[in-house]
Design a protein around this ligand. Structure first.
Ligand code: AMP
Length: 286
C-alpha cells in the first residue's frame, strides 16, 4: 500500500490510473477504523480496480466545543487494517495540504437539507463536510465514492452536492454495520464505558420497536414519533437531542398524518459522547 500525504502526488497517481482506464473507488474517513469502514472498503474493492482510502480528521466540521482534539487517532492500527483489505493508496494529508491558505475563505454549502437534524445542532458541521469532501474529490479524482448510511443526512447532503456541482462521481450508499447488540459501529463508541455501551444498544432497539409498530399497521406519523421519543427517553443515561421521521429522499420531517415510508433519524448523548442512528420505515409485502 502506498501512503500519499501531498495533494499534487495524489492527483498525479489518480491521473495515471485514469489514463490506464482503471476505475478508482474512494472511501473518505476520519480514521480510527472499524468494521463499518471495512465494509465500505470491501465493496469498493469489489467494484473498482483501484481503491483509495483517506484518513483526515477535518477540523472545519467540528464545533468549538466538540471533540476535534480528542478524536481517536490510531495511525498504526489503521494502516495494518488497510493493508489487510488490499487498499492501493492511503491518502493521509496534513491539515495545510487541505487548507493551504489560512483562514480559508472558500466554502461549499448545501442549503435546506442541512437546516434540520444534525445540521440544527451542529452549526457549520455540514459546511465543513461538503467543503472537505469537495477538496478530497479534487485530490483523489475518483469514479465512485462510498458513504455509510450510518450518517444518513450526510449521505443525502453529499449526493445533492455531487449532482449540483456536476462532479462526475457516483456516490454509493452502504448500509450500516452494527455490533451484535445492534449498536451502530462508530469511532466514537471508543469513548463509551461498559455501562454506556450497554445503554447505547437501546437506541437500535427503540428504532426496531417503532418499525415493528409500523409493520403492524400504525401509519400515523405523530403517534409513531411519540413512541420513538418515549422509547429513546427510557434508555438509562441517554439525553435525546432529536428524534424524527423524515422523508427518505428530501429529509422533510413527516410530522402528521399517514405515512407509507420514511427514515427514522435520531441523535443524543451518553455522557459526553454524541451518538446517531437511523432506520428505514418501509412496508414489507409478504
Ligand atoms: P467517519 O470516519 O466516521 O467520518 O466515517 C467514514 C465513512 O464511514 C462515512 O461514510 C460513514 O458514514 C461510514 N461509516 C461509519 N460508521 C459506519 C457504520 N457503522 N456502518 C457503515 N458505514 C459507516
Amino acid at each position: 500500500m502506498q501512503i500519499i500525504t501531498r495533494v499534487k502526488e495524489m492527483q498525479s497517481w489518480s491521473e495515471g490510473v485514469r489514463r490506464a482506464e482503471e476505475r478508482i473507488g474512494f472511501v473518505p474517513t476520519m480514521g480510527a477504523l472499524h468494521r463499518g469502514h471495512a465494509r465500505l472498503i470491501e465493496i469498493a474493492r469489489k467494484e473498482c480496480q483501484r481503491v483509495v482510502v483517506s484518513i483526515f480528521v477535518n477540523p472545519t466540521q467540528f464545533g468549538p466545543r466538540e471533540d476535534f482534539h480528542r478524536y481517536p487517532r490510531m495511525p498504526e492500527e489503521d494502516r495494518s487494517l488497510l493493508e489487510s483489505l488490499g487498499v492501493d493508496v492511503l491518502f493521509h494529508p496534513p491539515v495545510e495540504e487541505i487548507y493551504p491558505l489560512d483562514p480559508p475563505l472558500t466554502w461549499v454549502e448545501v442549503n435546506k437539507l442541512t437546516d434540520s437534524y444534525c445540521g440544527a445542532f451542529r452549526p457549520g458541521h455540514f459546511r465543513g463536510v461538503t467543503t472537505v469532501v469537495t477538496k478530497l474529490f479534487h485530490a483523489v479524482k475518483p469514479h465512485r465514492a462510498y458513504f455509510g448510511e450510518k450518517d444518513y443526512q450526510q449521505l443525502r447532503v453529499v449526493e445533492r452536492m455531487t449532482r449540483e456541482l456536476l462532479f462526475d462521481i457516483e456516490i454509493v450508499p452502504v448500509p450500516t454495520v452494527r455490533e451484535e447488540n445492534g449498536l451502530a459501529l462508530s469511532s466514537r463508541n471508543r469513548y463509551l464505558t461498559p455501562d454506556q455501551l450497554e445503554s447505547a444498544s437501546g437506541i437500535y432497539q427503540a428504532l426496531l420497536k417503532v418499525n415493528e409498530i409500523f409493520q403492524k399497521g400504525e401509519r400515523d406519523a405523530e403517534r409513531l414519533t411519540k413512541i420513538l421519543r418515549e422509547e429513546l427517553e427510557r434508555i438509562p443515561g441517554f439525553r435525546l437531542e432529536y428524534a424524527e421521521i423524515a422523508d427518505p429522499d428530501t429529509l422533510i420531517p413527516l410530522e402528521k398524518g399517514p405515512i407509507h415510508r420514511g427514515r427514522i433519524l435520531c441523535a443524543g448523548y451518553l455522557g459526553n459522547t454524541r451518538l446517531i442512528d437511523n432506520l428505514p420505515l418501509a412496508i414489507h409485502h409478504t
